[in-house]
Design a protein around this ligand. Sequence first.
Ligand SMILES: CC(C)(COP(=O)(O)OP(=O)(O)OC[C@H]1O[C@@H](n2cnc3c(N)ncnc32)[C@H](O)[C@@H]1OP(=O)(O)O)[C@@H](O)C(=O)NCCC(=O)NCCS
Length: 180
Amino acid sequence: MLEGKRVTLRGLELTDAEEIIKHFNDLEIRQFLGESIPISKQEEEEWIRNTWKMRQEGKGHIFGIELHSSRKLIGTCGLVRISPIHRGAELGIAIMDKQYWGKGLGVEALHLLLDYAFNILNLHRVWLVVIEDNERAIRSYLKVGFQHTGRLRQAVYKGGIYKDSLFMDILADEYGQKQS
Ligand SMILES: CC(C)(COP(=O)(O)OP(=O)(O)OC[C@H]1O[C@@H](n2cnc3c(N)ncnc32)[C@H](O)[C@@H]1OP(=O)(O)O)[C@@H](O)C(=O)NCCC(=O)NCCS
């Protein structure tokens, strides 16, 4: 478990599936994640089982984001596509319960995850992809030290139009400098 001031990052259990899909099937959230088709509880359980497999194989580390105060699961985050040669990984995060957006919890979870990536897993680079109009997410990523590195034109079909996706990344020494 990774402990912050207000949130803990912990492994997912099959019993989390119900809470996750309650919010994950909300189209507003799914579209921020570049997806649109709803999923079933069984598919969510399969995804959770797959997070355990990824961790065992060293390919990914996915956590639930839990509030300290109530032990409520409010989202998930993690590192996937871990490359043992290049020491890189892709970061993803979703606070699914909308009432918890914009309260600084996402930035806290990102700090916990980057600290884990660079200081525990000894990664060199963490990258992500974000849709161009996801201003809240972009603001959070810039806040913890990510930089813009590229653009995929018209990569996502959202709300009837094509949107660009942006690449962002952060290197271990940049994160270290930001902390000191
Ligand atoms: C992206 C996400 C993790 C951010 O977490 P959060 O807890 O909502 O964000 P925080 O409160 O920690 O920080 C948000 C920052 O963006 C700012 N912000 C909030 N709403 C904003 C908006 N509509 N436009 C621009 N900036 C906004 C906040 O003011 C804050 O910056 P500040 O501290 O400098 O004022 C969360 O909103 C989320 O999970 N969204 C849905 C799924 C998603 O988009 N995932 C990312 C896919 S790439």
